[in-house]
Write a protein that binds this ligand. Structure first.
Ligand SMILES: NC(=O)c1ccc[n+]([C@@H]2O[C@H](COP(=O)([O-])OP(=O)(O)OC[C@H]3O[C@@H](n4cnc5c(N)ncnc54)[C@H](OP(=O)(O)O)[C@@H]3O)[C@@H](O)[C@H]2O)c1
Length: 247
């Protein structure tokens, strides 16, 4: 299924900074009609509104609060493409004292948030003809990085849920894209000590547009991501992307 982003109405979680902000700008520059900037604090999308006027509509979404997501889905009833980008990384190795508690917090936002968004917006996307759900996973979905091991585990879990969503949402004509960036120059990468090797956020936004256009489930945007995709592609195409239950 090929999806062109021109004239589409898009919702981006975590739209106020980092990769989310770059996605908003790239989609508008490629001709999307309107973007709901789904953010915890609607004031944080002010800069985008000043730049793009009524093409950016701030909407309150806290990934940990079901009621805000339910309300957003009741407001953004015209959305064609939902991009679940918001996420958290706390630096915890498996040996950090509060590692398990940290894992639960990351799972709540990175995995629970995805499930909440998918459940709230699947009926909206269905009603609008199918559209797409895009999930920001990571290279850490494939490989555990020990200094942020609990984050990696949460991103492995969100990737697994994304695969389940791909199969379930196919029935209603909704395309699902799983995006797996390596280090990208944002606050998150800086706080994880990856600032020096990070690439610009625009490479992620561009790869999402390409995956939507080409009907691809997986997107591996930057240099490290491509290094992982090269050996992973065969497994992805022959195992992850096929229905093994069909025989
Ligand atoms: N940067 C990388 O190297 C990298 C690599 C692979 C994958 N990713 C993934 O890409 C996505 C974006 O990352 P980023 O680097 O842009 O991160 P970032 O710079 O830390 O920005 C995180 C975004 O998520 C929002 N957010 C966090 N918790 C939230 C909550 N409870 N409710 C609503 N919004 C919340 C933040 O909003 P506030 O401003 O309100 O905090 C912010 O907009 C994440 O899912 C991340 O895991 C990033």
């Amino acid at each position: 299924m090929s999806i062109n982003v021109e004239n589409k109405i898009v919702l981006v979680t975590g739209a106020n900074r980092g990769i989310g902000k770059s996605i908003v700008e790239t989609f508008l520059n490629k001709g999307s009609a309107k973007v709901y900037a789904a953010v915890r604090n609607t004031d944080s999308a002010k800069e985008l509104v000043e730049k793009y006027g009524d093409k950016v509509v701030p909407i309150e979404v806290d990934m940990g609060k079901q009621e805000t997501i339910t309300a957003a889905a009741a407001t953004a009833t015209d959305v064609d493409i939902v991009i679940n980008n918001a996420g958290v990384l706390f630096n915890a190795s498996p040996l950090t004292e509060d590692a398990y508690q940290t894992l639960l917090q990351e799972v709540d936002i990175n995995v629970g948030g995805l499930i909440r968004i998918a459940q709230a917006f699947a009926p909206v996307l269905k009603q609008n003809g199918g559209g797409a759900l895009v999930q920001l996973n990571s290279v850490a979905s494939m490989k555990n990085f020990s200094d942020f091991a609990t984050y990696s585990a949460s991103k492995a879990a969100s990737y697994s849920i994304t695969q389940g969503l791909r199969e379930k949402l196919e029935e209603q004509g909704t395309a699902v894209v799983s995006v797996h960036p390596g280090p990208i120059a944002t606050d998150m990468a800086h706080n994880a000590g990856l600032g020096d090797i990070a690439e610009p956020a625009s490479v992620v936004a561009d790869s999402i547009i390409e995956a939507l256009e080409q009907g691809e489930f997986h997107a591996f945007p930057d240099s490290m991501a491509k290094q992982i995709w090269q050996p992973y592609e065969s497994f992805a195409k022959n195992i992850v992307e096929v229905n093994l239950m069909e025989g």
